[in-house]
Ligand binder design. Structure first.
Ligand SMILES: NC(=O)c1ccc[n+]([C@@H]2O[C@H](COP(=O)([O-])OP(=O)(O)OC[C@H]3O[C@@H](n4cnc5c(N)ncnc54)[C@H](OP(=O)(O)O)[C@@H]3O)[C@@H](O)[C@H]2O)c1
Length: 332
């Protein structure tokens, strides 16, 4: 049996282009004891993968040029030499960017049994959902009634963050790119502010209008003008959970910092970065709280789906032009 997979043939400079990715194939070797073979049904592409393309170790190892790329995926076991996992089991693992994955069973987990579609375990109930929960509850220590600002608010992480924040009662404001996303945010009771075509000063004024009392929590996904505008609108004692800074991931030179970092001092605020995998001990608490709400339709999660393995690089690149609403997925 063959596996088709993508490799990266050079480190991108700035925004990657599709010609940096090559679709290759290989004959799979017979399964070793303890290994499983999986037919992937859904692949995840995520912004953090951009950092892995630069060839430097950050909080995660870089992708190796010419080697299969990886990432989160769900699929079905089609062959097993492991006592725990059997043919037909649905699983999640990191052998993405390919159609057939062959992995040690210890790197593969069976999908939990909530009444949700399989692909939810890559998005709202997967790493992005856990990130939203951890950022709000553990890093920002969000309290009932807090006013919360979220950037990239209609994306995979942001769209759950706004809904978790909304459930705790304060004013929630979401920053997003296009009208469809702003309309969706308004439809779930979130005040929506566009960042497009605005500098930090203009965005700051728009945030002030949306929430004149200021924010207790800023859930940071974007950086740049969003961060600067948020810093101008903090309440005393505010907490900023730095989840990501996607507006900077394709910068070719040093990124300029916010001109108003002193607002942390003025507002006696705290700003803390985090990586979700270092907080994975909370994943089950998150699942038990959020999965039943997803199953009952109490949380509105969105997906943008590309079809076919060949579409994986395009789907990844579209994260940087905001083509996705909710989780960006590839259906195989
Ligand atoms: N710390 C962690 O452990 C962790 C884990 C997961 C994700 N993250 C971070 O969380 C953030 C969101 O990730 P996600 O998976 O949920 O992605 P996502 O929000 O589903 O997709 C990315 C979104 O970012 C927005 N965006 C892209 N370029 C932008 C720019 N230059 N300026 C402003 N907005 C821009 C786009 O929405 P618009 O149309 O609104 O522009 C796009 O849809 C990313 O920064 C990611 O790196 C961190």
């Amino acid at each position: 049996m063959q596996s088709r997979y993508f490799t990266l043939n050079d480190h991108p400079k700035g925004l990657p282009t599709t010609d940096l990715f090559t679709l290759e194939h290989t004959d799979l070797t017979p399964l070793q004891e303890g290994e499983v073979r999986i037919r992937n049904t859904w692949l995840s592409v995520d912004p953090y993968m951009r950092g892995r393309m630069d060839g430097v170790t950050t909080y995660i190892e870089p992708f190796q040029l010419g080697q299969p790329l990886d990432g989160a995926a769900v699929g079905e076991i089609i062959e097993s030499r492991d006592a725990r996992l059997k043919v037909g089991d649905k699983v999640r693992h990191m052998g993405g960017w390919r159609d057939i994955a062959q992995l040690p069973a210890e790197q593969v987990e069976a999908l939990p049994e909530f009444d949700v579609p399989d692909q939810a375990y890559l998005g709202v109930l997967g790493m992005p959902g856990t990130t939203a929960w951890v950022g709000l509850n553990i890093i920002a220590q969000m309290q009932e009634g807090d006013n919360v600002l979220v950037s990239a608010a209609s994306g995979a992480v942001g769209s759950l963050a706004v809904q978790l924040a909304k459930a705790k009662g304060g004013t929630v404001v979401g920053i997003a790119g296009d009208q469809k996303k702003l309309d969706w945010l308004e439809s779930i009771g979130v005040k929506a502010v566009s960042y497009k075509g605005k500098d930090a000063k203009q965005l700051s004024e728009d945030l002030k209008q949306a929430c004149p009392e200021g924010f207790d929590v800023y859930y940071e996904n974007v950086g740049g003008a969003c961060l600067e505008a948020a810093l101008n609108n903090l309440r005393v004692g505010a907490r900023i959970a730095v989840c990501g800074m996607i507006s900077r991931y394709n910068d070719e030179g040093p990124s300029s910092g916010p001109a108003n970092l002193a607002m942390l001092l003025v507002r006696r605020a705290r700003m803390e970065g985090f990586i979700v995998f270092e907080h994975w001990q909370h994943h089950n608490d998150f699942l038990n709280e959020v999965a039943p709400k997803i199953a009952k339709g109490e949380i509105d999660y969105q997906e943008t789906v590309a079809e076919g393995l060949e579409q994986t690089p395009d789907a990844f690149l579209q994260l940087f032009s905001g083509k996705n609403q909710g989780k960006m997925l590839i259906k195989l």
